[in-house]
Design a protein around this ligand. Structure first.
Ligand code: SF4
Ligand code: SF4
Length: 170
C-alpha cells in the first residue's frame, strides 16, 4: 500500500514560505495588469448585441406598429408559460392577425430566448434592460403591445437588419 513519505518540520516550514511567496508573486503580477472589472453601477460596459435582458416587442419604424401577427408560436414554445396573447377583433367580431394584448410575465421568464428564435416575423427582441428587481409583483406583469417600445442604438440596427437585409440600415 502507498504511504506518503513523512516530512520533517523544517521542510514543512520551507514549503509554507515557498507557497506564500508564490501567492504574493501572483498578486504582484496582477497589480500591474489592466483591470477587467468595472465599478458598477457608476461605470458600465457596452453590452453585446446578443445580451438577453427582458423581452420587448419593438415598433417597426417603417410600419409604425409592432411586427406581431398573433400567430401564437411564442406562446406554444415558452417552457414557463410566460406569454399569453389576446387577439385583436375586427368590427365584425372576428379575430384578426394582430395582438390586442401581449401579456408577458417577467417574474417567470428565464430569458431562454426561445420565443425570439421561433418568431417568424422578428417581432420580439431581448432588450438590454437588466436592472429589473422590484418589490411590487404587479410590476412584473407587462403588456408588450401597450408599451409601444422603441428600440434605439446599435441593437435597433442589428434587429432591423434581420428582416431588411444587411445593407438596409446604417
Ligand atoms: S425568454 Fe424563454 S421563458 Fe422568457 S418568455 Fe421567452 S420563451 Fe418564455
Ligand atoms: S411575437 Fe412572433 S411568434 Fe409570437 S405571436 Fe407574434 S408573430 Fe407569432
Amino acid at each position: 500500500m502507498y504511504a506518503p513519505a513523512p516530512h520533517g518540520p523544517l521542510r514543512q516550514v520551507l514549503s509554507g514560505i515557498a507557497s506564500l511567496g508564490k501567492g504574493l508573486w501572483i498578486t504582484l503580477a496582477y497589480m500591474f495588469r489592466r483591470p477587467i472589472t468595472v465599478q458598477y453601477p457608476e461605470q458600465r460596459v457596452d453590452l453585446p448585441l446578443r445580451f438577453r435582458g427582458r423581452l420587448v416587442m419593438p415598433i417597426d419604424p417603417e410600419k409604425g406598429t409592432s411586427r406581431c401577427t398573433a400567430c401564437m408560436r411564442c406562446v406554444r414554445v415558452c417552457p414557463n408559460h410566460s406569454i399569453d396573447i389576446e387577439k385583436a377583433i375586427d368590427p365584425g367580431g372576428s379575430p384578426i392577425s394582430r395582438p390586442a394584448k401581449y401579456r408577458y410575465n417577467l417574474g417567470t421568464c428565464m430569458f431562454c430566448n426561445l420565443c425570439v428564435e421561433v418568431c417568424p416575423f422578428f417581432a420580439l427582441v431581448m432588450s438590454d434592460e437588466h436592472e429589473l428587481a422590484t418589490t411590487d409583483r404587479s410590476g412584473l406583469a407587462l403588456d408588450l403591445v401597450a408599451e409601444k417600445h422603441h428600440l434605439i442604438g446599435k441593437k435597433a440596427s442589428w434587429w432591423q437588419r434581420k428582416f431588411r437585409g444587411p445593407d438596409s440600415v446604417e
